[in-house]
Design a protein around this ligand. Structure first.
Ligand SMILES: *[C@@H]1O[C@H](CO)[C@@H](O)[C@H](O)[C@H]1NC(C)=O
Ligand SMILES: *[C@@H]1O[C@H](CO)[C@@H](O)[C@H](O)[C@H]1NC(C)=O
Ligand SMILES: *[C@@H]1O[C@H](CO)[C@@H](O)[C@H](O)[C@H]1NC(C)=O
Ligand SMILES: *[C@@H]1O[C@H](CO)[C@@H](O)[C@H](O)[C@H]1NC(C)=O
Ligand SMILES: *[C@@H]1O[C@H](CO)[C@@H](O)[C@H](O)[C@H]1NC(C)=O
Ligand SMILES: *[C@@H]1O[C@H](CO)[C@@H](O)[C@H](O)[C@H]1NC(C)=O
Ligand SMILES: *[C@@H]1O[C@H](CO)[C@@H](O)[C@H](O)[C@H]1NC(C)=O
Ligand SMILES: *[C@@H]1O[C@H](CO)[C@@H](O)[C@H](O)[C@H]1NC(C)=O
Length: 265
């Protein structure tokens, strides 16, 4: 009995030490906010190129190009639309998308599956697609718009919305856009996926390409919750609790791996 108690106390002490060390290691470098274009509150963890060395985190460095704040992710650039420090999210948009110009398309494909926390409890990388990658975890909204090029006209599938007026991939082909994660049965024979792009704007008309396009131009939210979570729950699983608008700790099973079955993205 006494031995167990001693062990318990020792464990407690270790936990405490770990906590102290963890807190020390996580020293924030807070500087006065920087500003670029419409983003006037660039502060920790972000830093603007040219800020003093000690400001923000190197892996969250933003650029300022022609009065537009630029975020770098896996060597691709995105324009910053808003930074929400309260819920650890930043809304970005592909630099090639022009609001109101339905012929403008994203430079490259991006979907929820580009983020390591999508299919497993793996939050490597600077940005995440979920605030809580637990099994019932709260994820950020990623509605996908899929662009397809087909060798025949697709009339029988109501999800296929024509884009030919604005976007054409092949002079002889038929071009469509589809909202949502495509299941295998949704892909018509003779159709190729040309591009996938996400939006966090969900209340659009999914039968109208112009409406889909303006939702793409609104952009999508990504999160830096993993950085905020660093050392927050030394022995638990940290997440953003959106009902309380703050970080929370979950002491359930860690490293739970789950897969989102059925979808190809
Ligand atoms: C940069 O953007 C800000 C905010 O949108 C605006 O007030 C300012 O006039 C712009 N500056 C230049 C040089 O375009
Ligand atoms: C900028 O963000 C910081 C950190 O969240 C916050 O304390 C401050 O009130 C914000 N300032 C403005 C002008 O939004
Ligand atoms: C984060 O806050 C912004 C601004 O209040 C809001 O627009 C956005 O929907 C919030 N995101 C999440 C995931 O709660
Ligand atoms: C619309 O976007 C297309 C494709 O990027 C571009 O070729 C065209 O010049 C743009 N139109 C206008 C009016 O900017
Ligand atoms: C997302 O994944 C696609 C396909 O693998 C790749 O082409 C694209 O560059 C990735 N984008 C980012 C920002 O990592
Ligand atoms: C987590 O994801 C990264 C990037 O996708 C990958 O390189 C790494 O191997 C993954 N780690 C685990 C444990 O799956
Ligand atoms: C389009 O939206 C309606 C509701 O607005 C929904 O019932 C329908 O399933 C959606 N269709 C697709 C293809 O997402
Ligand atoms: C379209 O392509 C598919 C597969 O590549 C082929 O089986 C089909 O015959 C083609 N249809 C037309 C109208 O060319």
């Amino acid at each position: 009995m006494r031995r167990e108690r001693a062990l318990f106390l020792l464990l407690l002490l270790l936990l405490l030490l770990h906590h102290i060390c963890a807190t020390k290691a996580h020293k924030k470098h807070v500087c006065p906010p920087s500003s670029c274009g419409k983003i006037s509150n660039i502060t920790y963890p972000f830093r603007l190129k040219g800020d003093p060395e000690k400001c923000g985190e190197k892996s969250y460095e933003l650029g300022c190009e022609n009065n537009v704040t630029v975020l770098y992710m896996n060597s691709e650039e995105f324009h910053v639309e808003a930074i929400n420090y309260k819920n650890y999210t930043v809304r970005v948009v592909d630099p090639a998308l022009q609001l109101g110009n339905c012929s403008s398309l994203p430079l490259s494909s991006l979907s929820r599956s580009n983020f390591s926390d999508t299919y497993s409890y793996n939050r490597t990388g600077s940005y995440q697609a979920s605030l809580d990658p637990g099994i019932d975890g709260e994820s950020l909204i990623f509605e996908h718009i899929v662009f397809l090029s087909c060798n025949h006209s697709v009339r029988e599938n109501g999800k296929y919305v024509k884009t030919e007026e604005y976007v054409k991939w092949d002079s002889k082909g038929y071009a469509y856009a589809v909202v949502g994660d495509l299941k295998a049965e949704d892909i018509e024979v003779g159709c190729d996926i040309k591009l996938v792009a996400p939006t966090s704007f969900t209340t659009f008309n999914n039968h109208s390409y112009t409406s889909m396009h303006s939702s793409l131009a609104y952009g999508f939210q990504i999160s830096w919750v993993q950085l905020a979570c660093d050392n927050y729950c030394p022995h638990g699983f940290c997440y953003f609790d959106s009902s309380k608008q703050k970080l929370g700790c979950n002491f359930g099973i860690q490293g739970l791996v789950f897969t989102a079955a059925g979808n190809i993205f």
